[in-house]
Design a binder for this molecule. Sequence first.
Ligand code: FAD
Length: 265
Amino acid sequence: QSSEPWREFDRSLVYLADLESGLHYLLRVELASHSTLEGAELQVFKDFVTLVAKLYPGGGSVVKLMETLSDWLLTLPLPKIPYQAVLDLVDNKMRISGAYLGAELRWVGCQSSRAGLRGYPCSLWTLFHVLTVQHDARPDALDNTGLEADSAPVLQVMRRYIRTFFGCQECGRHFEAAAASGLKSVHNPEEQLLWLWQQHNAVNTRLAGSLSEDPLFPKAPWPSASVCPSCHEERNGVHVWNRDGVLLFLRRHYGAANLSPRYAA
Ligand code: FAD
């Protein structure tokens, strides 16, 4: 990663290249260690694919590919699927027109100053922030998927994906503990996107100064006051977040209009 040329980017934007690289890694690398998918694992994977097919913004070639994968998984009568069959679909061996997911890692907002940092975990956070904001903008998008009855469907799918497939097991344990105690208080899409923001900040605080920190991207409460003055306020001399300011900022930052196609396939 660090041997690649640095890609200039704007920290106020979210890059589709990071989302696509993350999905490429998830589907072609992380999942590849599971030679077959069955039972609970298969269900978690199906729900993840459905979620992305319904909520990934833009309606482009990635959505088309995820829709194809989702339709195939949902109509398949098999209780057990070889990973190779999933890969053939991801590689679009059926040549469905307009369906495509690039097969390379091209980190932009998630690139690092040194190999082994950032990249995939950064893209996964980014993807789920985007999905929570999309669900808030289009709550009906999950109708008739089986996910719509849940009050925090994006977080529940994320929780199950992380627990089942995410390579960092320590992360999985931490996230599961936070979800088990915290998701009960999430009742709607707005609370869902705020919960993920807050949880991500809790992780930033825990990891500040740790070995996984890239010095170019120090872990700190986000967004900073210089990026979002209206997210911060002082009450009785104590710093507090301004809920409305944070909501507005998250909706804009992770909203479809702020996704840059630069460097994307
Ligand atoms: P990341 O934390 O990955 O953030 C990516 C980008 O998101 C930032 O550059 C910023 O633009 C934006 N951002 C930052 N904070 C917020 C926020 N609060 N809300 C919205 N956007 C924000 N690593 C461990 O070592 N131990 C763990 O227990 C652990 N748990 C994890 C749990 C999950 C679910 C995930 C996805 C990752 C976890 N990681 C853990 C990895 C870690 O959180 C970072 O992803 C990784 O260290 C890379 O950090 P980063 O600098 O790219 O920033």
